[in-house]
Design a binder for this molecule. Structure first.
Ligand code: FAD
Length: 408
């Protein structure tokens, strides 16, 4: 019998955990090394489109996520005064792309992914890097504070500031500032129910979307120099920038506490990498192709990467061929959309809004065109059989309970 092949996954975020679950289901012996003390993710909620949900179906997680998430799509685009520029329709999204667009807390997603791995597979509090990418004749090597590990495959899912990317491609310039900062918060829904919306002002946007569990996910983005921080606190900064926008913004801002608000500057990889692998090491997710969040596809693409990598785990050139052109095109589209929705000049904004309102009235489904070729993606493989638990059932996680904190 051939010896079990070893995979080391650096990074226990969305991409790393999906890859680990997929490889585990294909029979690899998987070790996930996560630098943070727990798998608890930073960053509020995440939207997943039909493409990522189909990728999650491969590892048997798609239906659980569809069940735990709020189904998105009913709502639309507004101006700061509250005027609707465009309305969107959840059923139209589902019909066009063969499934829903969903929104859930990141911790719920991470819990569901981690539940598909043996507890002993995840080592938290363990920063790692590649010391030798290996080749056809020798395994790759990964350095950890406890010594080196050898593996037939290393998955580098260490995020936007990936150290492994620098080891594999030292000449690559890395990331650039995308020109805007973001704020995110998740709090109980304050007051009456409201429709999901994204609102575009000059150089600023805001989105509010109910989650399934009675909370609201709100995010904002604004054109500003990199590295800025509010002189007092970020909730006060949001009040200054968005306090006079339409309902439900004032109620959300009144209910939020300063500690609820996360702020992150946005960076992306402007120059694509020459490949998404070297030797026995494959880059996954933001490590390979960090993109602005304007299409909501960064995490979706990480999940796609993960299942395509499991499919091509023995042929990393095929993995690069499958992923590099697609993720490059989507990242470029995300940059173009960022230019459109972060437009600053008032005259240009007025022209943009008039055009958006006219298109929405004349051909409402035209808005879905931007997701053609993205949301209709299908994974290359059929779902793997989900391993059964000792009681004969398929694994199902319990969100926000216990499973996020696994240490050595
Ligand atoms: C404001 C905002 C909103 C977004 N909204 C969406 C959305 O709605 N939908 C969507 O699809 N995407 C969205 N994204 C993008 C999405 O967050 C990322 O694309 C996604 O998290 C990438 O996943 P990842 O696994 O590649 O990296 P990460 O989620 O960043 O995970 C990387 C992990 O690696 C760990 N790590 C780093 N270095 C090491 C090391 N040396 N050793 C061990 N571990 C290490 C980190 O601690 C981390 O846990 C958004 C991004 C932003 C900024």
């Amino acid at each position: 019998m051939a010896p079990t092949k070893r995979a080391v996954v650096i990074g226990g975020g969305i991409g790393g955990l999906t890859a680990a679950a997929a490889l585990h289901q294909r029979g690899w012996a998987v070790t996930v090394l996560e630098r943070a003390p727990s798998l608890e993710p930073v960053g509020a909620a995440i939207s997943l489109a039909p493409n990522a949900l189909r990728a999650l179906d491969v590892i048997g997680a798609g239906d659980e996520i569809r069940d735990l998430a709020a189904w998105q799509g009913d709502g639309g685009l507004r101006t700061p005064s509250g005027r609707w520029l465009a309305r969107t329709d959840a059923d139209a999204v589902t019909r066009r792309f063969g499934g829903p667009l969903v929104l859930l807390h990141r911790a719920t997603l991470v819990t569901s992914l981690a539940a598909r791995l043996p507890a002993s597979a995840v080592r938290t509090g363990t920063a790692a890097t590649v010391t030798d990418p290996g080749d056809a004749g020798r395994p790759a090597r990964v350095g950890t504070p406890d010594g080196e590990l050898e593996a037939e495959l290393v998955v580098a899912a260490d995020g936007i500031r990936s150290a492994v990317r620098g080891v594999l491609f030292p000449g690559h310039p890395g990331t650039v500032y995308s020109g805007f900062t973001t704020w995110r918060l998740v709090i109980p829904v304050p007051g009456a129910h409201f429709a999901s919306h994204e609102t575009w002002g000059p150089g600023r946007i805001w989105g509010s979307h109910p989650l399934k569990d009675g909370r609201v996910y709100a995010y904002a983005a604004a054109v500003t120099p990199a590295g800025g921080r509010a002189p007092d606190d970020e909730r006060a900064e949001l009040l200054r920038r968005y306090g006079d926008w339409h309902a439900p913004l004032p109620a959300i801002l009144a209910a939020a506490r300063p500690d609820d608000v996360l702020r992150h500057d946005v960076h992306h990889i402007a120059e694509p990498l020459p490949a998404h692998h070297r030797g026995r090491v494959a880059l996954v997710g933001d490590a390979a192709h960090a993109m602005p969040p304007t299409l909501g596809q960064g995490g979706n693409q990480a999940v796609e990467d993960a299942v395509v990598l499991a499919h091509h785990a023995d042929d990393l050139a095929a993995y690069t061929a499958a992923r590099l052109p697609r993720t490059t095109a989507i990242a470029r589209q995300a940059v173009r959309v960022a230019r459109l929705n972060m437009m600053t000049g008032r005259a240009a904004v007025a022209v943009r809004n008039t055009a958006l309102a006219a298109v929405s009235k004349a051909a409402p489904l035209l808005f879905l065109k931007g997701f053609e070729g993205i949301a209709d993606w299908r994974p290359p493989q059929a779902p793997y059989a989900a391993p059964k638990t000792p009681d004969g059932n398929h694994p199902r996680s319990t969100p926000r309970e216990g499973r996020l904190h696994r240490t050595r």
